[in-house]
Design a binder for this molecule. Structure first.
Ligand code: ADP
Length: 298
């Protein structure tokens, strides 16, 4: 659906935000996971034709099967693209229905009747029908993000890009939002950029982990989890002993359970007495890749 090859971008300040990114994004939900500063937004903005890359290619399979050169045929891409940016701002004094209608006009839906049908359909789809007359300034974070999805879906895009959409949502809003994304992902390619591992675990059949402008892993979460099998160990330790463990072992994560640190360690064999083997999850995969990468570049 979307083929990215050797994409690079260095900003004027010398930061190499994209350092040879190659990815294949199929139809469905694709999770792009990485810490802050990894280069996710730079990649999303490049795919959304909002900024230039220095080198590389991006090809989108269009609705008619034609291959679109994303970096050059920007108008064609924009017609098949929906984008929810990280900092999606809305006009607080305008109602959801009016603003969506306005975006629809901008998207080229010039005839009133079909436009109204599209706008009403989308308001239903994102579950904002009852709130359509409400001013956007009164919306909760989750409602605002669902409105953002409605505007991204105008014009029936083939590719939908959402950048860090669940940050700041409470658990219920987050669930509702992710369910909405999953429904959309049945028909189009949705790239979900996030630093929240659970967003990907819950929802994405394919994914990539990025950091410092590079792809550290790409594929299916389950296969990546399977590859760590038997190699993740767990132990409850004291806070005072924690730094010692961090120097002696590859500590993947530290979680407080009842106020006590519980560590996950990556190791082929039992690290020492008191550790028990645990079934790895995607968070272990994520931190193992980040640690490994940090070790290689150090
Ligand atoms: P992420 O979305 O994963 O947090 P970004 O793509 O925003 O990552 O940033 C990647 C790197 O590029 C960071 O080091 C960031 O500071 C830098 N960066 C992002 N945008 C710009 C810009 N416009 N000018 C200079 N540096 C930037």
């Amino acid at each position: 659906m979307l083929t990215i090859r050797d994409l690079t971008k260095t900003y004027a300040n010398g930061v190499r935000a994209l350092d040879g990114i190659s990815l294949d994004v199929p139809r469905g939900m694709f999770g792009l996971l990485g810490p802050n500063g990894a280069g996710k937004s730079s990649l999303m903005r490049t795919l959304a034709t909002l900024q230039e890359a220095d080198a590389g290619t991006v090809v989108l399979e269009g609705a008619d099967g034609r291959a679109i050169d994303v970096l050059r045929e920007k108008d064609l891409v924009r017609r098949q693209l929906g984008y929810l940016p990280q900092d999606f701002g809305v006009y607080p004094r305008v109602s959801a229905e009016d603003l969506l209608n306005h975006f629809a006009v901008l998207k080229g839906l010039s005839q009133r009747k079909p436009r109204r049908e599209v706008v009403e359909g989308l308001l239903h789809q994102v579950n904002l029908w009852a709130a359509r007359k409400q001013k956007l300034g009164t919306f909760s974070g989750g409602m605002r993000q669902r409105f953002g999805i409605a505007q991204a879906l105008l014009g029936d895009p083939r590719l939908v890009i959402v950048d860090e959409p669940t940050a700041g949502l409470d658990p219920e809003e987050r669930n509702r939002f992710l369910n909405l994304l999953a429904e959309i992902g049945e028909n189009v390619a949705v790239i979900l950029s996030t630093h929240i591992v659970e967003d990907v675990t819950d929802l994405c059949p394919t994914m990539a982990i990025v950091n410092k402008g590079k792809v550290l892993l790409a594929g299916e979460p389950n296969a990546a989890i399977e590859a760590l099998k038997q190699q993740v160990w767990r132990k409850q330790v004291s806070k005072a002993a924690l730094p010692g463990y961090e120097t002696r072992f590859t500590v993947l994560s530290t979680r407080l359970v009842g106020g006590q640190p519980v560590i996950h360690v990556f190791s082929a064999d039992a690290p020492e007495e008191g550790f028990e083997r645990v079934a790895p999850d995607l968070e272990d995969v994520y931190f193992q890749r980040l640690r490994e990468h940090a070790r290689i570049v150090a």
